[in-house]
Design a binder for this molecule. Structure first.
Ligand code: NAD
Ligand code: LMR
Length: 333
């Protein structure tokens, strides 16, 4: 029996994500939690004829406890989204507290669950979850994942468009490494399953990299004050959760980028640290998943000069973002 939980289930991401998870036959029980509207979302989804039994809770009467008890996988899209003119870091003030409280709930009621963090800024909220788990003596670095799948999905889509084969998007695989914000998002286009045209201009190449790094801004701008990516994020979140569930059920060899604690694989971390020329506690590289979580963190592999420069530019910002998250828990709680 597999129980998946969505915290923030009534939100812009939470609702379509919960719908996609309800449609996943690998899930037997789907627990939904939000500070508003969860009962309605849960009843609505419960009429869909798929195996998952749906429950929905609000905070009163131990709602978080009831939602989390027995959870194998917990996905967190709770928190405020960006408006035009804001960076993801601007969300930290509000979202840090939300993620810290929810992580405390998970540490208390579902300490063995795989935790998939969507709430921004991911580069800082994942370290918050890790520190809260450490404080509760339940830290297992193999089970905490920052969801960077939307960057991977965007890279597939944009590369497929650029090579003039939009229909091939589902087959295009581009490792996107680093973190999840601006310059920390590093697409390794030289490792794309579908090579770019050899005569691509420097400007077109730079524009592609920029579009992958700042795809979130494109959506925020188009939504014009009504929030950030929700539907594409729900798709990406369900994709990643689906892979986690397959690994949990024993499938081997699933490899995807995710922003994870490097302590999950000390040998992989050592190799990665050498490549990065810097010691980071968290990084998104290709990660092999298994029934116990992270099995192996893969090295970056051969980089072009341009990619090496992007990685170099990402490291200082990642270092600051990670410290912001870690310090928040260490100093305040
Ligand atoms: P939203 O405002 O539509 O939904 C957020 C939901 O969280 C709301 O329903 C709200 O009630 C709920 N919530 C707030 N505090 C809560 C708490 N303490 N416990 C439970 N639920 C709580 O926002 P959204 O568009 O769904 O975005 C959610 C978050 O996801 C934002 O931080 C956004 O930046 C982030 N995001 C991340 C990615 C990514 O790639 N990782 C992509 C898109 C959005
Ligand atoms: C995204 O990449 O779309 C999300 O991180 C939301 C945002 O703020 O851009």
């Amino acid at each position: 029996m597999v129980k998946a939980v969505v915290l923030g289930a009534a939100g812009g991401i939470g609702q379509p994500l919960s719908l996609l998870l309800k449609a996943n036959p690998a899930i037997d029980e789907l627990g939904l939690y939000d500070i508003v509207n969860t009962p309605g979302v849960a009843i609505d989804l419960s009429h869909i004829a798929t195996p998952a039994v749906v429950t929905g809770f609000l905070p009163p009467n131990d709602g978080l406890k009831h939602t989390l008890t027995g959870a194998d996988v917990v996905v967190i899209p709770a928190g405020v989204p960006r408006k035009p003119g804001m960076t993801r870091d601007d969300l930290f003030k509000i979202n840090a507290g939300i993620v810290k409280d929810l992580a405390t709930g998970i540490a208390t009621y579902a300490p063995k669950a795989f935790v998939l963090v969507i709430s921004n800024p991911v580069n800082s909220t994942v370290p918050i979850v890790a520190e809260v788990f450490k404080k509760h003596n339940v830290y297992d670095p193999k089970r905490i994942f920052g969801v960077t799948t939307l960057d991977v999905v965007r890279a597939s889509t944009f590369v497929a468009e650029l090579i003039g084969k939009p229909g091939s998007a589902p087959d295009v695989v581009v490792p996107v490494i680093g973190g999840h914000s601006g310059v920390t998002i590093v697409p390794l286009l030289s490792q794309s399953s579908h090579p770019l045209p050899s005569d691509i201009s420097a400007d077109a190449f730079a524009a592609l990299v920029k579009r992958i790094q700042f795809g979130g801004d494109e959506v925020v701008k188009a939504k014009d004050g009504a929030g950030s990516a929700t539907l594409s994020m729900a798709y990406a979140g369900a994709e990643f959760a689906g892979k986690i569930l397959r690994a949990l059920k024993g499938e081997k060899g699933i490899v995807v980028p995710s922003f994870v604690p490097l302590a999950a694989d000390p040998a992989g971390a050592a190799a990665l640290t050498k490549e990065l020329g810097a010691e980071l506690e968290f990084f998104s590289s290709n990660v092999e998943l298994g029934a116990e979580g992270v099995v192996k963190i893969h090295p970056l592999g051969r980089l072009t000069e341009g990619e090496a420069a992007l990685v170099k530019a990402a490291v200082p910002e990642l270092t600051t973002n990670i410290k912001t998250g870690t310090t928040y828990v260490l100093e305040k709680y």
